[in-house]
Design a protein around this ligand. Sequence first.
Ligand code: ADP
Length: 163
Amino acid sequence: MKKAVYPGSFDPLTFGHLDIIKRAAKIFDELTVAVLDNKAKTPLFSVDERVNILKEAVKDIPNVKVESFNGLLIDYAKDKGFHTSIRGLRAITDFEYELQIAQTNAMLSKNQLDTMFLVTSVKYSYLSSSGVKEIAAFGGDISKCCPGFVADMVYEKYGIKRD
Ligand code: ADP
């Protein structure tokens, strides 16, 4: 069985992430979306909240699972038997950062963990979790950025009331 992991912060989940999830789920028999519990970052949503959001968003895609992990991706991947990590690429700025991570993971895992990049769909190329948070914090419209139930949760975090 071909399986892969899609690791990330997903704080919050956007349509860009969902697009990568749907496309990766067509390539692999089983895709695990893994929410990184990064103690160094102060997220808007807790790991449990992000896992629950993802579970709700992918509930109709049968071969997608959602989990969380902490520590190094290569250790989690080894533990779970993943040999492919999926990442999304938007722009050249993503590439430099992602190349470094991919090569570091290859080195640390002794080539046991490969990274596969899916290029963003043009319509989502401008989307980022940090952008969504910035817009929402000022009461802007994020309805084109993430599913409606996610947008509601983001506004609630910022104490923003919208109709
Ligand atoms: P991280 O903190 O690990 O970068 P993110 O949740 O920001 O976590 O992103 C997870 C992955 O999804 C990254 O590979 C990122 O490049 C990709 N990604 C984020 N937004 C988009 C988008 N709009 N289109 C395609 N890929 C995206």
